[in-house]
Ligand binder design. Structure first.
Ligand SMILES: [Zn+2]
Length: 294
């Protein structure tokens, strides 16, 4: 019994202490205000950390012996808080060597330029999203009107490509539809002697409607349909995403702190349900559009 308590205490130390505090939101208000409440940084599993400012603004740090990868940078004004989060976890911002965006929307890449200025890291993007990142949002005609400080893309990532940095290995998958170059990432995490398939979803809902007939993205519906199929084939134990609320981050943090630890993030069922739900929404919208057309 006593040993169990010690084990639990050790586990909680490993996972890190997480507190949620009221703070001015850094992202635009969403329908659920809890999504913009500040989240304290914490270790998710193995070398993967949550350093996002909120459940909505979701940034991840993947640490390695030769430097770290950063996934998504949120908004320019989020960057100081993200850097503070890196330091709170005991890491140095200058050890960040790669900045990788899930997709070229302002809430994921607008902070890239400021982040690169501080860290000197390389900026990586898919080929299709590169032009949007580099023009500061000007190429994004499906969801226009949002701009940011442009940043040069140092390296283009292709579908199925392994991105390595020292002992970190992550695979990028093109899952277009939300943007033309939206990416999902997979990697292996090891915890307590077991290996887990980690998946970080980039986004799989249409960024604008209608699904058919988008002048600047005629293949949007086709891409989305392809990506649902692709996402269902990828191996998933740990489900993460470009927004924390997709995988119920708030609730999972509570359970994690209550003693379940990293295991709360092992949620293949939650992942399948989420993808099925979005696919169903897509199929229904497509059917509605077909009916309206007649
Ligand atoms: Zn987006």
């Amino acid at each position: 019994m006593k040993i169990n308590h010690i084990m639990l205490a050790l586990l909680l130390c490993l996972v890190g202490v997480v507190t949620v505090q009221a703070q001015a939101p850094v992202s635009p208000p969403d329908e659920d205000p809890s999504r913009t409440v500040a989240v304290e940084p914490f270790r998710i599993i193995d070398n993967i950390y949550y350093i996002g400012t909120t459940e909505q603004g979701s940034t991840y740090l993947i640490t390695g012996s030769q430097g770290h990868m950063l996934i998504d940078s949120e908004y320019e004004e989020s960057v100081p808080q993200i850097l503070k989060n890196v330091e709170k976890l005991g890491f140095k911002p200058e050890d960040i060597k790669m900045i990788i965006g899930t997709h070229a929307h302002d809430d994921h890449v607008a902070g890239h330029a400021a982040m690169q200025e501080v860290t000197g890291a390389l900026v990586l993007s898919s080929a299709a999203d590169k032009v949007i990142v580099e023009t500061g949002g000007k190429g994004d005609d499906v969801r226009p009107g949002r701009s940011w400080t442009p940043v040069k893309v140092d390296r283009v990532i292709n579908d199925g490509e392994k991105i390595t940095l020292g002992d970190i290995e992550m695979t990028a998958w093109l899952t277009p539809g939300h943007t033309k170059g939206c990416m999902t990432f997979t990697m292996i995490a090891e915890e307590e002697g077991k290996k887990y398939n980690v998946l970080l979803l980039g986004g799989i809902r249409p960024a604008a409607l209608p699904l058919l007939g988008q002048a600047n993205y005629p293949n949007m519906a086709k891409d989305l349909a392809m990506s649902y199929g692709k996402l269902k084939k990828l191996p998933v134990d740990v489900y993460l995403g470009a927004h924390g609320y997709w995988y119920n981050l708030g609730e999972k943090i509570k359970r994690m702190k209550a003693g379940e630890g990293y295991k709360v993030f092992i949620d293949p069922e939650g992942y399948r349900k989420a993808i099925d739900g979005w696919q169903q929404e897509f199929t229904e919208t497509l059917a509605e559009e077909a009916t309206t057309k007649k």
